[in-house]
Design a protein around this ligand. Structure first.
Ligand SMILES: *Cc1c(COP(=O)(O)O)cnc(C)c1O
Length: 435
């Protein structure tokens, strides 16, 4: 399969799209087409088995075609569970947080690392070290660090916004050494994202260094995110013979785009509902037809504090007509008060502790006027483990949140990081200092 930039100006193959992250014209890569499947033809049960089938057309005729099966099994090796809620009307929680850093970002980061490791080992890109630049709103950076730590031929610089990540997220972002360095940027997540974009668009810098991106702009992260949405919809399809409705806590639109791609690939998916926090560019767009990205504002669901979701570019390319887009997705905004009361309510009613991001999706479910009209099962993406946000959750529910063992191991490690302004010059200095 070929991959194009959304401007149509650049064409490359899968390895090129993954390695470049962003096309040379500053646009995002999209696949030539989305392959179509009949869900009844998909075999196997695990996410790895299903991923191997539905991602095959994207890998076909690339140097990675022979590796796909190994990549799926190596990277998607932790449980992804569709947990049906007791005493509820066909709602389940898709637990995407059982990976090493306890957020769904582990899926994409591990798949990407596994993929890059394989083509870099073949020296297609020369022998120099590739530097991955990662802007993070809190969870991506930790997931990428964990996935790339100790890998050969590759190193990562992680940029996180000052005072906008939870204490445990910060620990996960900064507990690394060797081929991983973390930088606390004096700015917001959008500033971090802009910084990284500026580095990619700087011709001189790119002549001197092999740079790559591991943000949700990288297509290598989107593909496995399509795969677990496909898998969850197939599990429900086999159980209920009905398509599923998904509610997805949304920030940069990477996770939700995976679901939208899965639907376009023929998976049994009905409604796709994007839950956002007080950063409401997406629901405002759907209600007005005007796309007005803006500065992000800080909320309790900080990994979704995005005012200018980058994957909107891919979504609008896939569905250019506003009418069609508003028929494909719905979106609702949930403020901090609603997040807090939802965390409490779900704890009291269902005996489940959810993170603030997942709470936006639960709250959205409750506010849907027609939440059981079509009898289709609802799947709520649970994007992070509550223990990452214990500082927010424990005062609300009045008890400690148990820490998963992988997170406990990371919290034992020593931390270190550098401070950075949001100027490109400073990033360049740090990059050259590391050489
Ligand atoms: C990143 C993140 C989101 C938002 O996902 P996008 O792909 O950026 O839309 C939601 N919840 C958590 C816990 C996250 O880390």
């Amino acid at each position: 399969m070929k991959f194009y930039s959304t401007s149509g100006k650049h064409e490359t193959d899968l390895v090129g799209a993954i390695h470049n992250g962003l096309a040379p014209d500053g646009c995002l890569y999209i696949p030539e087409f989305l392959p179509k499947f009949n869900p009844n033809d998909i075999g196997g049960t695990s996410v790895a088995e299903i991923a191997n089938q539905i991602l095959y057309p994207f890998f076909k005729n690339s140097s990675l075609e022979v590796d796909l099966e190994d990549i799926c099994h190596e990277s998607l090796n932790f449980p992804i569970i569709n947990n049906e809620l007791k005493h509820s009307n066909n709602i389940s929680l898709l637990e995407l947080y059982h990976g090493p850093t306890a957020a769904f970002k582990d899926v994409g980061a591990r798949f990407l690392a596994s993929t890059m490791d394989r083509y870099l080992a073949r020296k297609t890109y020369g022998s120099e070290v590739t530097t991955i630049l990662v802007a993070t709103s809190g969870d991506t950076g930790g997931a990428v660090a964990a996935a790339f730590y100790n890998r050969k031929n590759i190193r990562a610089m992680i940029f996180f916004p000052k005072e906008q990540v939870s204490p445990r997220q910060k620990h996960q972002l900064t507990c690394w050494d060797k081929n991983i360095k973390s930088f606390e940027v004096d700015g917001t997540f959008d500033d971090c994202q802009f910084l990284v974009k500026s580095a990619f668009n700087d011709k001189n810098l790119n002549k001197k260094h092999t740079l790559s991106a591991a943000n949700s702009i990288n297509i290598g992260r989107l593909l496995p995110q399509a795969a677990y949405h496909a898998a969850a919809s197939i599990w429900n399809w086999r159980n209920y013979e009905k398509p599923s409705n998904f509610i997805i806590p949304t920030g940069n639109l990477g996770n939700a785009l995976g679901c939208i791609w899965a639907k376009h690939m023929g998976m049994p998916i009905e409604r796709i509902i994007l839950a956002v926090n007080a950063n409401q560019s997406i629901p405002d767009y759907l209600s007005t037809g005007n796309w007005l990205p803006r500065q992000s504002i800080n909320t309790l669901a900080s990994a979704m504090d995005v005012g200018n979701p980058s994957n909107m570019e891919r979504l609008r390319f896939l569905i250019p007509s506003f009418q069609d887009l508003s028929n494909t997705i719905e979106s609702f905004s949930v403020n901090d008060e609603m997040i807090k009361s939802e965390i409490k309510k779900v704890y009291l009613n269902n005996d489940i502790i959810i993170c603030p991001h997942t709470a936006t999706a639960f709250s959205t479910y409750e506010h849907l006027a027609d939440n059981n009209d079509d009898g289709c099962p609802f799947i709520i993406d649970a994007t992070a483990h509550a223990a990452k946000f214990n500082n927010i959750i424990e005062p609300i529910i009045g008890r400690e949140v148990d820490i998963p063992s992988s997170l406990r191991d990371l919290l034992k490690r020593k931390t270190n990081y550098n401070s950075l302004s949001k100027k490109l010059d400073d990033l360049v200095k740090q990059l050259e200092k590391w050489d």
